[in-house]
Structure formats: C-alpha cells, structure tokens
Design a protein around this ligand. Sequence first.
Ligand code: GLU
Ligand code: ZN
Length: 545
Amino acid sequence: MTSNDLADLLYPNITKTIEDLEKMYSPRNLVDGAEVCRFAPSPTGRMHMGNLYASFIPEVIANQTNGIFMLRIEDTDNKRAIENGTQLIIEDLENYNYIVNEHPIKGGNYGPYIQTQREEIYHIVAKYLVSIGRAYPCFCSENDLAEMREKQEKRKDRIGYYGHYAKCRNLSYDEVKNHIDNGDKWVLRLKSLGDFNKKIVFKDLVKGIIELPENDIDQVLIKSDGIPPYALAHVCDDHFMRVTTVTRDDSYISSVPYHLELWEACGFKAPKFAHLLPLNIKEGNTIRKISKRKDPEAAVSFYHEKGIPVEAIKLYFATIMNSNFEGWFLQNSNISYRNFTFTFNKMSKSGPIFDLEKVINISKNYLSRLSAKEVYDNLLVWANEFDKSFATLITKYKDYTIEILNIEREQKKPRKDFSCYSEIKSYIWYMYDELFDDENNYEWQNITNTDEIKNILDVYINKYYNISDDKDMWFAKMKSLSDELGYASNTKDYKDNSDKYKGSIVDVSMVIRVALTTKSMTPDLYEIMKLLGKDRIKSRFDYFN
Ligand code: GLU
Ligand code: ZN
C-alpha cells in the first residue's frame, strides 16, 4: 500500500488536486512590485485601535504599490466568532476609507474570503501532503496525549508530539484502516523532517534577520472536525490568494520555523513576512499592549463620539508607522499621506506607544486645514448623530454657520481652536441667539464696574458703531472711543504713562468682546461683530441697560 492509498482512504471525497487549485487561483496579473496584502482578523467583534492600526499597514503597502488589499475572515475558531462579526469589521474598514479590493461581501477571484467556506481547499492540500508522505493520521486520545506530556515532564523532555513520542507516525495502512472502519476520531499531523538542534534563519521585514530552532513537532494540520488550525489554513490561503507579504502580529514569530516547513512541504513559495509589534500604551512607568477592556481610547467608537476625523487618526497611524513620515508631512501637509512611500524598515522595532495627546494635536492641525464648508458638512454629520438640536440650529443657519467657521480659516496660518467636532459648539455657541441666554457667565477682565461697562457700550453703539465699517475704520473708531472715555488708544502710551489713563484700548475692546460673547478670549472681534450684525449686537448691549 502506498501513501496515495492512505490519502484516498482518509479523503475519499476529494477529487481535485493542487494543480486544479493552481489553475483556479492563477497568479495575479499585477504591475511589477505590486504587493498583495491581507488583513486576517477573527470575527470577534468591533475593531479597536490596535487592529485598525494593524490593518492600516497592509492597506497602505498594497495601495502604494498598485497591489491588492483584501480582508480574510479567520473564523475557524468558532468559539470566539460572533454573529455579524464580518459585517462589523467591513463597516469599520469602510468608515476609515480603507481601500479594500476584495472582501467576503464584495467577493473577488480568490475567494471565498471566509475560512470556514474554504474547507475543500484545505482538504485538497491535506490529501496532497498525505500522498507525498508528509502527513499522517493520529488517533491518540486526550488521555494518550496527557500521558505523553506527563512522561515528558518527568523526564524533563521538551513537550510535544515529536520523535519517538509521535506514536502514530508509523502506523501501517491496515492499522489506520482498522481505526477508520471503527469510526475512531483522528487528526491529521505533519510528518516533520526538522531537527530541533539545527537553526533556521529567515528575514523578517520589520525585525531583520531572525534565527530560531527548526520545528520538529508533528503539529496538527487538520482537527478531528475537519477544520485546520491557523497554520495550514493560512498557508493555503496566503498561497492561493497569492499574497506577497504577510503582515501579522508579532506573536506568530516563534511559529515561523513550523510555517516555513509547511510552505516547503506543500511545494509553495513562502511570502515575505512582516511581524508587527502591537500598539502599546503607557500606564505609569509600565508599557503594555493597548486593551479594549482597560483603555477607553482603544475603542473606535471613542473617536467617533468625540468627532475626531478618521483622516486625522490615519495621519497618526502614518506617523507611528514610519519614523520619517512626520518630517515629510511637515513639508507636505496639503497632500494626502498616500503620496509618502511607506517602508517596513522604518517601523519601530520596539513597538509604537499610543499617545492620545498626539492624536488630538494631529486632529487639531488637520481640522485647521479644512475649508469652512468641509468643517460644516462634517460637523453636521456628527451633530445629526450626537447633538440633534445643534444639528437643527446649524441647518437653519447654514450660511451663517459656514461664515462663523470661516473666521480666521482658509488663510496661511489658520486658527486652531478645536480638535474634534464635539468641541466646536463650545467655541461658537455665542454666535446664536438661541444658545445665548440670561445665565451667561460674563468673563469681565479689568473693567468690572457696571456703570462703566454700560457707559462704554452706550457711547460705542450711539456714536461710533457702523455695520458697514471696514476693519481699519472699525479699529480707528475703537481708538476714538478709547480717547473719548479716558483710555489710552495706544498700548505703548499706556505702558509709559499708565497713571494718566483709566486703562487702555485693550480694556475697552474687552468690554465689547465680553458683552457680545461673554468670553474674554475669542477669534477676531471685528469678524465676530460683522457676522453678529447690528440687531444681535444691539440686543446684547441692551441687556446691560
Ligand atoms: N487571524 C489571526 C488573528 O486574528 C491573524 C493571522 C494573520 O494575520 O495571519 O490573530
Ligand atoms: Zn497519535
């Protein structure tokens, strides 16, 4: 009996061969240098910042090389899978505007893109491995394996199914047939040819040259339920999906010797590997992996609720992905991060530390570069979800709101007040009568006397204020107003001879600013007054009468 007979005995229903698969999933026709990359999560729920970052990396590498980025769902461990898990992941990727060329819902020529739908492919490869003598069925029970482990512990041997511990390695065809006829449960194991005392050397795109002992464990390729664990599944998938660079969690690195043995046994050319360090977070003096459970800022929803734009978060990812990105972006902040050439060798070898402050800062800068109309549109989307009454208000006053948002924007050094959409209202509320009520907290500064305040406002509105003044005229009038009321119209004069004046033009304009907005710090007062218009200005001054 040959190994071919054994293969037929174990997989009687598999008729297709590896050659058939090679034809079905022929090499992709892409330009030179195109990278085919994938994100391969388990469908365990909403994405968090860690996996959003982990998917950013293959996405940019694939897209910048005119390659393919795909989503593959690894659901072979169905204890962890949740219903609609795939849907949620696709939604998150789409919300971040990731360009995903192939995914389970969209499809593609290299699918299915869900592992549990690829069982036939795994079995074709498994049957091939049996036929060439590189895989065999193992009938050991849980008990047998526990005994083996006990023996190994007692003898201080390495734990695992290998060497002379690999009892089922040499079962004869008839012995296997007996088990099968009996209906005994079995798993398929690799017949490893590795030698633990030898080293294997391979190159990781992030970490460089790595040396590890060869694998000599007869690992499980297919479980008794017919489903492969990660290793065989990823080899089959990455090969037949024609992946060129595998990006995945750093924790897989110790399994690379086993994986490489498997790639070789299957007769496939192994892809390049880039093992990614997890996103870390600093907690006091310790650094640990970012955690969905412990860190609110790990949740994607955290940013969505705050209204931090996804583009800003992607700029942050770009910044932590490549150490030379930030410098480039300083010179190129008016163009997309996609114009930068990302590389694996500029990735941190110690793992990026997630820094919320930095995200916020990037977001502030990003928002300052948007046009008023863009800010308005995004603000409205945010408000429609999180602040309905504000959404109604800014819809009613659409043009007015855009003009408000345009104060000190669309210029060389735009103003940078808010870092997210949820903050905008707190910066512009006083522009709307609907939000301006009697419980305002006026932030008076040097001048607090009510009669003096009233006097300044009266003289100003009756004698000087004119809605059609341009900025120079407006300012000249502020000066005249100050002179008339005994305030220095020039701050230098005031510094030199402060005893001659009640105060300076700064104090006078502060009274007007606070009366109109309640705030002591606002953007350009002239612009604000221009937008508020005569009626609003009058009624806000009237409040002090
Ligand atoms: N499904 C694996 C995980 O969620 C990812 C494996 C891979 O990217 O190759 O950890
Ligand atoms: Zn066995």
